[in-house]
Write a protein that binds this ligand. Sequence first.
Ligand code: GLY
Length: 378
Amino acid sequence: MEKTKQPAGWEHEAWEKIVRKVKRTSERIGDGFPHASVNGEYVLEPAHWWTAGFWPGLLWLVYRDTKDERLKAYAESCEKQLDAVIAGFDRLDHDLGFMWQLTSVARYKLLGEDESRRRALLAANLLSGRFNVKGKYIRAWNPWRAGEDNSGWAIIDCAMNLALLYWASATSGDPRYNHLAMEHADTVLSHFIRDDGSVNHIVIFDSASGEKLGVNGGQGYAPDSAWSRGTAWAIYGMALSYKHTGEIRYLDAAKKVAHFFLANLPEDRVPHWDFRLPPEVPKHRDSSAGACAACGLLLLSELVGETESELYRKEGEAMLYSLYTNYGAWDRDDEEGLILHGTSHFPEGRNIDVPLIYGDYFFAEGISRLLEHGELFW
Ligand code: GLY
């Protein structure tokens, strides 16, 4: 395919539009927790929902560049509201990573606030407590309904949550968090990443013996299909595992999954919600998978040698450019989302073909990365 050449300075233009829109949207959302934009307006979720970190994370990205104190205050208030989630305990799951990385770790990295460091360490300890020693995995969720036993379920999304454990070891000097994160990362290599570079969403273990029992399609179309956002979590998550440990097997895994992802993209470089769909199933896009994968590719480009680096950088940039030009809601005052056409959960019919806050977050992170605004929050 002939790739569109991006005009010089497009990333500056994109960033200005992100800043303008986030500032405007923040007047309504403030310190709320948006997830999916329905009919142009972000629906707010309770603080315990897994997406709670993305809006404050987006506010921190914009604050870092603009020093807008109003945005900082909203992000700080979001972080404080998460204290009640820790105290409530029952709703905490493996997404402690997504939630505290983009609130407390981000604030600590930007401002050096001790209370944020303490909160993030507490979250890392709670995440460590979900580790199953027999199966060598971090348990994904708590029961969704009375009587359900999902103590043996692990999911690919957790690859992103390991960053909180790597950060905890680095900041405390205690290697235990790294040990657990690497055990889980090795389980990703042995049980989630398939020979062709696609990934399983859910792997089920016997939580008593640790034996692998099977796989579940989860948010993908089927157990043997290839959910695109899960594939993106694997690229970025494994690249982060390599960045934080220097273990080459994680880099090799991130590259293998990246090549599967790139080889299966449609013409405009933004994935469908699953890469392996039968003809009768609607092929909605998932722009959030594209945005997250683009960030993973940009990180890969920094971790590999010069020759490969250019490939990953060009591919990541091309995906962001396509999101910017073909999916951006820049001129729409009736739409709060930045990036259109995300798919949250097709099998359950939830939030299909709408802007998603994690799509917006990763798009902004990618552009901020191209502009070299500062270190990764992960
Ligand atoms: N972590 C849940 C999702 O990707 O939808």
